[in-house]
Design a protein around this ligand. Structure first.
Ligand code: F0G
Length: 371
């Protein structure tokens, strides 16, 4: 059957009815790619799978939540949506609003979002408002504005966002046949880690010890239980914007990973619950570690994700080095957004192209030097 988006696929687990006007661009159903070179290069005997969310319609995981948020906004009669964003949410909101034929207002921190994301928000026809402040300022402003004006707020404080985003856990379980031992990902506003945990929690049998892998046969189980366990959740932050590591909000967050340049995460309690209930933890990674892990994925696995996305993998490298994540484990790493979103950062850290005459001999000499 033709795949037509995650609401259609998981309608029995999402707050929609037959009358709900589904706004979809075919989001979800992203590949779970096993890393074939990096475990060996890192000297670890683990299985690592990258859930490449960069292959969603607008190039990030935000589309999972946005299909739900915009669908519900349209269902309730909204004629416009609004969000604050470090870039990806604005790109996604703009695209889904275009699809729905409603207005879209996005607040972004001036000069602090990656070029591709800005291009998306502009191209999809949203009203782009660059604020002289950071994401946290924008978040406060859109909450105030949406309370006063007829615009629906589609940041992840909108509960429908997390509903859509939880479907990533369903897809991982379907692909692996069960939950992995660990699930690692970057954390910014903290909606995504909360949504992952919600999805895993809805999929697991609460009586696992009694009866092993649940097929929905046991009277104790939720009808949708498919996994025998929930993974340990590991959240990874950029060191300059790491409120979960500090145990308190951070007022002036800074990092090259602009998507997670957030000091006052909205889903603070939900994210702590995910980490505590799962027996997990938070890591912080320097900008150098983030860029190095982005390059490792690009050069050894052919996977180009954006710096923020690589933060999850940077944290995983630390946990493998320290042995906190043991050999023999299966690990899923969510790569939240596509590397093409941020060409400036990619070009700045790569070796420059060779400039040669358009002559066969000159090029042959260059190839010979590099063979
Ligand atoms: N990775 C990317 C690529 C992101 O764009 C974001 C968040 C995150 C990770 C963190 O996810 O906020 O759920 O913890 N970007 C938001 C935005 C804030 O506005 O695009 P989170």
């Amino acid at each position: 059957m033709r795949y037509s988006g995650l609401i259609e696929k998981y309608r029995d687990r999402l707050p929609v009815t037959d009358a709900t006007p589904v706004i979809s661009i075919g989001e979800g159903n992203t590949p779970l790619i096993e890393l074939v070179n990096l475990p060996r290069i890192l000297g670890s005997e683990v299985r690592i799978y990258a859930k490449f969310e960069g292959l969603n319609p607008t190039g990030s995981f935000k589309d999972r939540g946005m299909t739900m948020a915009v669908t519900k906004a349209v269902e309730s009669g909204s004629k416009a949506i609004i969000c604050a964003s470090t870039g990806n949410t604005s790109a996604s909101a703009a695209a889904y609003a275009a699809r729905a034929g409603i207005g879209c207002f996005v607040l972004i921190p001036e000069g602090k979002i990656a070029l591709g994301k800005l291009a998306q928000a502009m191209m999809h026809g949203s009203t782009v408002i660059q604020i002289q402040g950071n994401f946290d300022d924008g978040m406060r402003l859109v909450q105030e504005l949406s309370a006063q004006m007829p615009v629906a707020l589609v940041n992840s404080v909108n509960p429908f966002r997390l509903q859509g985003q939880k479907t990533i856990a369903f897809e991982v379980i379907e692909a692996l046949g069960d939950a992995p031992d660990y699930h690692v990902l970057p954390v910014g506003n903290a909606g995504n880690i909360s949504a992952h945990w919600m999805g895993y929690s809805e999929s697991v049998c609460q009586q696992t010890e009694a009866c092993g892998l649940c097929q929905g046969q046991c009277p104790y189980h939720p009808p949708l239980a498919r996994a025998s366990k929930r993974p340990v959740m590991v959240g990874n932050q950029a060191a300059g914007s790491a409120p979960f590591l500090r145990g308190a909000m951070v007022d002036n967050p800074e990092t090259i990973a602009t998507a997670i340049r957030i000091g006052h995460p909205m889903s603070w309690s939900l994210a702590w619950a995910a980490v505590r209930e799962s027996g997990g933890w938070f890591n912080e990674c320097s900008d150098e570690e983030i860029l190095a892990s982005q390059a490792l994925l690009a050069r050894h696995e052919g996977i180009f994700c954006e710096p923020s996305s690589a933060t999850g993998f940077a944290g995983l490298i630390k946990d493998l080095k320290t042995g906190r994540i043991r050999n023999g484990s299966s690990i899923v790493c969510t790569l939240t957004g596509h590397g093409l979103k941020d060409p400036d950062t990619a070009i700045a850290q790569s070796s420059k192209p060779h400039v040669v005459a358009a002559e066969r001999d000159a090029i042959a000499a260059l190839i010979a030097r590099h063979l």
